[in-house]
Write a protein of this length. Structure first.
Length: 329
């Protein structure tokens, strides 16, 4: 058994100084990190519990009309907050589609952003080949079971997907991640927070060593009247997405003024469908327009042995989500 030291941080300063020591990790709700530690996938030598830092908690209105979600806000509290439900129903739906009520009561905003892939080879150290867990060891999924894996943006090093539902909605909403660390505070646009695997699949995000997520900022709400989070999965609850779609529209009568679309379950990061968004601007939501636009989202898709079905599934899910967001379904 490995020895682990535990420290409860009272404030951000003490959390950051503790994080400067090698082998240290922050722990939020613990719903992902503890599982990974129990399985021997991650082996921190020191845990810094951040759940008693008041400055990381709470949901506050921003002067520009946006909303700040503290990194410690529990997923259930974020999903059920009146402002989130009214102004960002897309985010509320995405959160409520994830995990179970018990897990959402524990899971934090910061931890949800940082959760690791659900690739089963990553979770099982019995498989020596996993570049994400053991850089340079290979990728067991490429010639193995890869039904859940990526069809877009993958590399020969890793074909894993990001499992977070919340992150797909945040990508569509153009949220901003606020962090603080040894070099001070900085903000990271959501599109730049998660990474594609390239030749460093061990790195899921652009967070630097020792940096702490302090909050996620949502821009002023533009899509409250027309949005939909659609998650397609093997079971109706308690399952990760095969494909998910966060669709948000600004409508001018029957015409799309602007569209935001992000996909989950298809790539190593939430995947913004920029070409689809552009193809919808100025158009109505008739089925052939939607199908043409949805096809653009999967251009360049490179499926694995078991997951070519995701190409058609993603397109149908995009069409359905947009119809429901636009109230034409
Ligand atoms: C059975 C099961 C089913 C699930 N189903 C879904 C699902 O369908 N959809 C979905 O989206 N998720 C699902 N999840 C995952 C769940 O959402 C995550 O486990 C949870 O969001 C992680 O949050 P946490 O606070 O518990 O993180 P922790 O486990 O505490 O931490 C996770 C990681 O985040 C880091 N971290 C935490 N807070 C910070 C911070 N402020 N700054 C920097 N780093 C930080 C930790 O160091 C660690 O690396 C499921 C989990 C389980 C166990
Ligand atoms: S897909 Fe990524 S996480 Fe899964 S086995 Fe390959 S390298 Fe590891």
């Amino acid at each position: 058994m490995d020895a682990i030291s535990y420290q409860r941080a009272a404030d951000i300063g003490s959390a950051l100084s503790a994080a400067g020591q090698p082998g240290t990790m922050f722990i939020g709700g613990g719903t992902n990190l503890l599982d990974l530690m129990k399985g021997g996938v991650m082996r921190p030598v020191r845990l810094v519990d951040i759940t008693h830092i008041d400055a990381l908690d709470g949901i506050t209105a921003l002067p520009d009309g946006g909303l700040r979600l503290g990194a410690l806000v529990r997923n259930s509290d974020a999903a059920n907050h009146a402002w989130v439900r009214e102004r960002y129903p897309l985010l509320s739906q995405a959160l409520l589609s994830g995990a179970s009520a018990q897990l959402r009561n524990m899971a934090t905003v910061g931890g949800n952003l940082m959760q690791r892939t659900r690739c089963s080879y990553f979770y099982d150290p019995g498989f020596p080949q996993c570049n994400k867990r053991a850089p340079g060891s290979g990728c067991a999924a490429i010639d193995g079971m890869n039904r859940m894996h990526a069809i877009l943006g993958a590399s020969r090093q890793c074909i894993a997907t990001n499992p977070s539902d919340m992150s797909v909605a945040l990508a569509a909403l153009d949220a901003v991640v606020r962090v603080t660390g040894p070099n001070g505070e900085r903000t990271i646009p959501f599109a730049e927070f998660h990474r594609l695997p390239g030749d460093r699949p061990d790195l899921d995000t652009t967070l630097q060593a020792g940096e702490l997520i302090t909050s996620v900022d949502l821009p002023p709400p533009l899509f409250a009247d027309h949005s939909k989070y659609l998650k397609v999965r093997d079971r109706a609850s308690y399952a990760f997405a095969l494909v998910s779609v966060a669709a948000a529209l600004q409508m001018d009568g029957n015409t799309v003024k602007s569209a935001r679309i992000a996909l989950g379950g298809v790539a190593h990061k939430p995947w913004r469908a920029n070409a689809t968004e552009q193809a919808l601007a100025g158009k109505s939501l008739d089925k052939s327009t939607l199908q043409t636009a949805a096809a653009l989202a999967v251009q360049g898709a490179a499926p694995q042995r078991d997951n070519a079905f995701k190409i058609a599934l993603a397109q149908r899910a995009i069409v359905r989500a947009l119809q429901q967001a636009g109230g034409v379904a």
